[in-house]
Design a protein around this ligand. Structure first.
Ligand code: PHE
Length: 460
């Protein structure tokens, strides 16, 4: 039965929350990034390490973030203000809001390309580019075309704003309930297409054959860093979504379901992509260019490629959209809760600000391509600063806050709400969570952060 919606909005059901949060987690990270980093870093052995990172750090920090949100029913800044009041911790919340602006600004650029590629697929353009090199040239000609590059970025921002504009239940929850099942079906169709191609076994072998020689400190740190990005941790997205959660629902069980969905989707995406790439004999190690350089050439060679290429880029766009919505919601929730803005006004103004901030990122592939700092263009700089520094730093501070600052008896009392059975029947699960959150997570995240800052390069 739908729950009444009085005062601050709430998800209408637990599944509504899970789908929205899974929508935030499942994004470009799963479909674009995970397959190629797994491919580059030892396939099955990397996946094994990644799963450990998800379990040991991802799950404990995810629970902590949702808990802060649900206990305070606030955006990241308001949440820390309510729980601690110290300027430092309020600043940590503020860092999350800033991360939301920054990540959305470059994320929407790639997401815009995904939409542009739906149009390319429908127009049948990929059929002309059946080698990786020609597909890469085609990509170059598109992103250097400013109206194309900026136009689709703008379109993607407008669609994202529309969902956030409509609010929690009517926009985000309803959108996720429709889009997430579509995403899953599309991905399964694409996986079946991949597996049934001649020669697909080589792709499965590549992905699942363990190569332990590739598991070094660097690979472990990549797995750890990715665990953060893919679960949308460290910037308050899960905190903000948690703030619309009912106290009747169990946080640990919701967090576990979100993590399972995110992981399963990443694995299916890996299988779908590598079976196809191997079956048509293209280069699996194309790195970040895999999706836009290699995949179109894969579809050019695959039976039924016209149809499957359309499905693939719709899938990629949906995945990116539900993540972008959560990024914009963090920013909007701050202005609504703290500054008393109306949701609609906040969406219009802040969406426009993100658009302005994203322009130099969109232009990094054409007019601004020569502008570099520390060897990175504007796009890479914002990506690196937000994903590799702000997210781990935010995650570290969230783990420390819940583990040490908030007061652990209060933490437990709050976590217990909705999860009474778990507390009574499996107390050791709760103590394991406490151990991971207080000791393991902060240390491991700290090491990732040192690596991002380049401090560990001297050692490894
Ligand atoms: N988790 C998203 C992905 O995998 C990215 C994201 C990061 C979304 C941080 C929100 C917050 O693509």
């Amino acid at each position: 039965m739908a729950r009444p919606n009085t005062g601050r909005e709430q998800w209408s059901s637990k599944i509504g929350f899970i789908l929205a949060a899974a929508g935030s987690a499942i994004g470009l990270g799963n479909i674009w990034k995970f397959p190629y980093i797994a491919g580059e870093n030892g396939g099955a052995s990397f996946i094994f390490v990644y799963l450990i990172c998800i379990a040991v750090i991802g799950l404990p920090v995810l629970i902590a973030e949702i808990l802060i949100g649900r206990s305070t029913q606030r955006n990241p800044v308001g949440a820390f203000r309510k729980l601690s009041g110290s300027k430092f911790w309020i600043g940590v919340g503020g860092m999350g809001v800033v991360s939301g602006f920054l990540i959305l600004s470059f994320y929407a650029v790639i997401a815009g390309w995904a939409i542009g590629y739906i149009v390319e697929a429908v127009a049948g353009n990929f059929a002309h580019y059946d080698t990786g090199a020609s597909a890469a040239l085609h990509f170059q000609s598109l992103v250097t075309n400013i109206p194309w590059d900026v136009g689709y970025f703008t379109l993607f921002m407008i669609i994202t704003m529309l969902f956030v504009f409509l609010g929690i239940r009517k926009g985000i929850e309803r959108g996720s309930k429709i889009m997430m099942p579509i995403l899953l079906v599309l991905l399964i169709v694409l996986m079946i297409r991949g597996i049934t191609l001649d020669g697909s076994e080589k792709g499965i072998e590549f992905l699942l054959h363990p190569d332990w020689s590739k598991i070094n400190a660097q690979a472990i740190l990549i797995a750890l860093g990715h665990a953060f990005f893919t679960l949308s941790l460290g910037m308050g997205a899960m905190l903000t979504y948690g703030s619309y959660m009912s106290k009747k629902d169990s946080i640990p069980s919701a967090a576990l379901q979100i993590i399972i969905l995110d992981t399963v989707i990443a694995l299916i995406a890996g299988v779908a992509i590598f079976t196809s790439v191997f079956a048509v004999g293209l280069d699996p190690a194309a790195g970040p260019g895999l999706i836009f350089h290699t995949i179109p050439a894969v579809f050019a060679k695959m039976p039924g490629g016209y149809f499957f290429s359309i499905l693939f880029f719709i899938l990629l766009s949906i995945a990116a959209l539900t993540s972008a919505i959560s990024l914009l919601e963090v920013v909007v929730a701050y202005f609504v809760d703290e500054l008393g803005w109306k949701r609609k006004k906040a969406v219009l103004i802040l969406g426009f600000v993100v658009f302005l901030l994203g322009l130099p990122s969109a232009l990094s592939f054409n007019v601004l391509s020569d502008f570099t700092l520390f060897g990175k263009n504007f796009f890479d700089l914002v990506d690196f600063f937000a994903s590799n520094i702000l997210l781990p730093l935010g995650g570290l501070l969230i783990a420390i806050f819940v583990g040490y600052v908030w007061g652990f008896s209060k933490v437990l009392a709050s976590l217990r709400e909705g999860a009474e059975n778990l507390f009574d029947d499996y107390p050791y699960i709760i103590s394991t969570w406490k151990f991971f959150l207080k000791y393991l997570s902060p240390v491991l995240i700290f090491i990732v952060l040192l690596r991002s800052l380049g401090i560990l390069d001297l050692i490894f």
